[in-house]
Design a protein. Structure first.
Length: 132
């Protein structure tokens, strides 16, 4: 059994946030992780995401996001998977501590083995009460 060298086990994350206007945010996040995996030895995850948020008249907000992730599995099973995702969400501030959000998202897994490939569409609705 071969050990993992320091370069493979290296982790890191960095993010950038830009405010083009007081009501708009753009976020870019990049990360690299090393994770143990139950069906093989480990995986190296590399991910990049971009998110855009806009708030209108202080009561309605819209968020869009895209993500790409590369999962490199090493061990008994040796393969590389490509994950793609995108989402859209609308947020309605009903009161000062109460909001409702609804959204839709899409995920795709492209694996070396086509049997593992999938597309997934999700729909969400949330009611949140809280203090910031």
């Amino acid at each position: 059994d071969e050990g993992v060298d320091w370069k493979e086990g290296m982790r890191g994350a960095i993010g950038f946030k830009y405010y083009p206007t007081p009501y708009q945010t753009m976020t870019l996040d990049v990360k690299r992780e090393f994770q143990d995996v139950y069906f093989t030895n480990y995986k190296i995850l590399q991910q990049a995401s971009l998110k855009h948020s806009v708030e209108f008249n202080g009561r309605v907000g819209v968020e869009t996001a895209v993500l790409y992730r590369n999962d490199d599995y090493d061990g008994v099973i040796d393969r590389t998977d490509h994950n793609f995702a995108t989402s859209f969400k609308t947020i309605f501030k009903l009161q000062s501590h109460l909001d409702f959000s609804a959204g839709v998202n899409w995920r795709r897994l492209d694996a070396v083995d086509p049997v593992l490939d999938y597309d997934d569409i999700g729909v969400t609705a949330n009611l949140r009460y809280g203090f910031n």
